[in-house]
Design a protein around this ligand. Structure first.
Ligand code: UDP
Length: 261
């Protein structure tokens, strides 16, 4: 049986990056993995958390927040602030994004400042955490480029590119980059966070009321490696194309972006 969008099992959804989506942030991008779209923005605060000052920890800090906008899902998702409590899933995902980026960024080289990375899901169709991490790393790279241009930093604290992709087993077949309907039907859900030289940062794999074999896991790792290689190449290309920094996203470029995928 073919996939809903006719992709091969080892094929990513159409991936795109639209830099400059949030002009007040030092770095921002609208990342699309097919119909999953996330706004990722990186902002610098010229301060570090109090616990770092108290413990005399040198260097900077990086922290991430993740949320799904109310209209990102088919049924409206209430904002946490209206519900009166934080969503456990969002907290888990934002901690994952923070860990992923701290592996990418040299916090000493960042200096005594905090990089805030916000990921807000505009449209959810599976893999919002993997799109968030991939977009957040590019947003951070764009922010660093901005700081270099403004002579705040001499060199980019980005040590390596980090991207993430989902894999899974659907109807007994290992597949790359699951969309929502595939994710829903998957017996195994396996997310990989990796660097551009294919080192692992974090693996999140679980059988959904099922088990999986070592062979299936190896097949998912292989798919993941292929996906990460393609995603990090696209991140690098997007950064290179965004030099000098892009003008603020205008309505025409937004429209062509949405028509493209
Ligand atoms: N989803 C949703 N509402 C929610 C949580 C998830 O509609 O409150 C959908 C959404 O399309 C999401 C998918 O379920 O992308 C899979 O969610 P999961 O928790 O596996 O995270 P993700 O795959 O987005 O990283």
């Amino acid at each position: 049986m073919s996939r809903p969008d006719q992709r091969t099992d080892d094929q990513l959804r159409p991936i795109s990056f639209l830099p400059g989506i949030a002009p007040h942030a030092q770095g921002s991008v609208l990342v699309s993995f097919g119909n999953t779209r996330v706004i990722c923005a990186a902002m610098i605060e010229e301060a570090v958390p109090r616990w770092m000052q108290r413990q005399n920890v040198k260097g900077g800090w990086l922290t991430a927040e993740y949320s799904m906008l109310p209209y990102s899902t088919l049924d409206r998702k209430q904002r946490d602030i209206s519900r009166g409590k934080a969503d456990g899933r969002s907290i888990e995902i934002q901690r994952l994004i923070g860990r992923a980026l701290r592996a990418a960024v040299d916090l000493d080289a960042l200096g005594p400042r905090t990089l805030w990375v916000d990921c807000d899901v505009l449209q959810a169709d599976g893999g919002t955490r993997t799109a968030s991490i991939t977009g957040a790393c590019l947003a951070a790279a764009l922010a660093f480029q901005n700081l270099i241009e403004n002579k705040v930093l001499n060199a980019s604290p980005l040590r390596q590119w980090v991207a993430a992709v989902s894999t899974g087993v659907v109807d007994g077949r290992p597949m790359l980059d699951l969309a929502y309907t595939e994710d829903r039907d998957a017996s195994v859900d396996f997310n990989l966070v990796m660097t551009d030289d294919l080192q692992f940062i974090e693996l999140q794999g679980s059988g959904e009321e099922a088990t999986f074999s070592p062979d299936e896991m190896n097949a998912m790792l292989e798919l993941g490696r292929k996906g990460i290689t393609e995603l990090t190449a696209l991140q690098k290309q997007a950064l290179a194309e965004a030099t000098p920094p892009p003008p603020a996203a205008d309505l025409d470029s937004l429209a062509s972006h949405f028509n493209r995928s």
